[in-house]
Ligand binder design. Structure first.
Ligand code: FAD
Length: 400
C-alpha cells in the first residue's frame, strides 16, 4: 500500500490529506503535527479569536470525526529527521515511519527581535493558538501595549486588541513589503483615527525591564512605556528537516513547477516552500491561506497521477481598522499605479501595472473589484493599461 506522510498539520498539511481523500487516494495517509489537537486555521488568531468573538471550534479546520471517517491518521509528534535513502521519517519520540511520498508542510516561525531584552517576560509573538491565548490573557492586565512591526499581523493585532496601542515600524511606511504606498498611507491614517499611535522610520533598539518588560527604546533613543510588547517582524520558513536531508533551501525549501523538491518523492507546500511563481516570473515564497490550500491541492493531484504545474493566482485578505483589504495578483516589479474610486469614501482599489499590463489589484471595501480582478487575472489576455483607461479603470466592465 502506498503511504503518504505529510509533515506539519497546519493549513496546507490539512488540505493535502483532505484533497488526497477527495481525489480517491486509497493508500495510507498520515498527518504529523507538533501542535496539540486537530488542525486549525491561523487567520482568526489576529482577528475574531483575539477579540474574543470567535471560540476554539471556529478555529478548527475539521473535527476529530473527519479524520476517523476519512481514515487519516493524525499523529501528534515532531519529525526530527528524514532518511531519504530509506524513505523513512524519524520522530522525536523515537517512532519512525516509512513513506512512499512525503509532503513538507512545516510552515514558518516568527522572527525574533535581535535586540537586548528581547526575551523579557511580557514580550510575545503571535503565530499559534497558544500564542493567541497568551496574548489575550496579557491584554487583560497590560497598561501600555507596543507592537513592533507594521505588517499584516502587527496591524491586525492592533485592530482587534480592543484598546489603543503604539505601532513601531522601522520602514517609512506600514505594510512596506506587501502593499503599495497608497494602501500604506490609507491604513496609517485609519489606524491613527482609531486611536493608535503610529511611529514610522523607528526601529526598536532595546527592551528594558526587570521581572518583565517596562520600556521600549527606539532607534533615536526615545523610550516608550510598555508592559506588553508584541513582536510582529515577519517569519522565517521552517526548513530544518529539508536542510538536514540535503535538499536545496533558499528562502524556503526549493521546489520546481510541480512543487517537488530535488527528491522526486518529497514535495514542499505553503509557507515553507520557495516555488517558481508564474505571476511573479521569479522564485517566490508566499504566506497566505490561498497559497497553502492551492499548493496542497496541486500536490494531491500530482500524487494521484494528474500532475499539473502550479499556476494558481495569488490572493490575500486582511481585516484591520474596520476595513477589509483584498489583494489579487503579485505586486513585485510593478512600475505604475492608478487609484480607482475615492479613498475619502473608504472604498477604492489600487491597480498596479508592470510594462502596462495589470499585475495586482488591492481593494479596500470593494469586494466586487476583487472578484473581478481574480476573474480577469485568470483569463487571457491580461488587461492592458490602455484598455482599462478607456473604461475609467472599471474592472467589472472588462468581464466577459
Ligand atoms: P502552518 O499553518 O504554519 O502549519 C505548519 C505546521 O507545521 C505548524 O503547526 C508547525 O508547528 C508544524 N511543524 C513544523 N515543523 C514540524 C515538524 N518537524 N514536525 C511536525 N510538525 C511540524 N493568511 C491569509 O491569507 N489571510 C489572513 O488574514 C491571514 N491571517 C493570519 C493571521 C495570523 C495570526 C497568522 C499567523 C497567519 C495568517 N495568515 C493569513 C497566513 C496563513 O495562516 C499561513 O500562510 C498559513 O497558515 C500557512 O500554512 P502552512 O500549512 O504552510 O503553515
Amino acid at each position: 500500500m502506498t503511504t503518504v506522510l505529510v509533515v506539519g498539520a497546519g493549513q496546507s498539511g490539512f488540505q493535502a490529506v483532505a484533497s488526497l481523500r477527495d481525489r480517491g487516494f486509497d493508500g495510507r495517509v498520515v498527518l504529523v503535527g507538533d501542535e496539540p489537537g486537530v488542525p486549525y486555521q491561523r487567520p482568526p488568531l489576529s482577528k475574531a479569536y483575539l477579540a474574543g468573538t470567535a471560540g476554539l471550534e471556529q478555529l478548527h479546520l475539521r473535527g476529530a470525526d473527519f479524520f476517523a471517517e476519512k481514515d487519516i491518521e493524525l499523529v501528534e509528534a515532531r519529525v526530527r529527521s528524514i532518511d531519504r535513502a530509506a524513505r523513512k521519517a524519524n520522530f522525536e519520540d523515537g517512532r519512525e515511519l516509512d513513506y512512499d511520498f512525503l509532503v513538507l508542510a512545516t510552515g514558518a516561525r516568527n522572527r525574533t527581535l535581535p535586540v537586548p531584552g528581547a526575551n523579557l517576560p511580557g514580550v510575545l509573538t503571535l503565530r499559534t493558538r497558544d500564542d493567541a491565548d497568551r496574548l489575550r490573557a496579557s491584554l487583560e492586565q497590560a497598561e501600555d501595549v507596543v507592537v513592533a512591526g507594521g505588517g499584516f499581523i502587527g496591524l491586525e493585532f492592533a485592530s482587534h486588541a480592543g484598546r489603543p496601542v503604539t505601532i513601531v515600524e522601522a520602514q517609512d511606511r506600514l505594510l512596506n513589503r506587501v502593499a503599495t504606498p497608497e494602501i500604506s498611507a490609507y491604513f496609517a491614517e485609519l489606524h491613527r483615527a482609531a486611536g493608535h499611535t503610529v511611529l514610522l522610520g523607528q526601529g526598536v533598539a532595546a527592551l528594558h525591564g526587570d521581572e518583565r518588560v517596562r520600556e521600549v527604546e527606539l532607534s533615536d533613543g526615545t523610550r516608550l512605556p510598555a508592559d506588553l510588547v508584541v513582536v510582529a517582524v515577519g517569519v522565517v520558513p521552517e526548513t530544518a528537516l529539508a536542510e538536514a536531508a540535503g535538499l536545496p533551501v533558499r528562502n524556503g525549501v526549493v521546489v520546481d513547477a510541480h512543487l517537488r523538491t530535488a527528491d522526486e518523492r518529497i514535495f514542499a507546500i505553503g509557507d515553507c516552500a520557495n516555488f517558481p511563481c508564474v505571476q511573479a516570473g521569479a522564485e517566490t515564497r508566499l504566506e497566505s491561506v490561498q497559497n497553502a490550500v492551492d499548493q496542497a491541492r496541486c500536490v494531491a493531484a500530482a500524487i494521484t497521477g494528474t500532475a499539473e504545474p502550479y499556476a494558481s493566482l495569488p490572493w490575500f485578505w486582511t481585516d484591520q481598522a474596520g476595513a477589509k483589504l483584498q489583494i489579487a495578483g503579485i505586486l513585485s516589479g510593478a512600475d505604475r499605479t492608478v487609484v480607482a474610486g475615492d479613498p475619502a469614501e473608504g472604498k477604492f482599489s489600487v491597480l498596479s501595472f508592470r510594462d502596462d499590463v495589470l499585475v495586482a489589484v488591492e481593494s479596500v471595501n470593494r469586494p466586487a473589484d476583487h472578484i473581478a480582478a481574480r476573474r480577469l487575472f485568470t483569463a487571457e489576455p491580461k488587461p492592458a493599461y490602455a484598455d482599462l483607461e478607456a473604461s475609467a479603470f472599471d474592472l467589472k466592465a472588462h468581464l466577459k
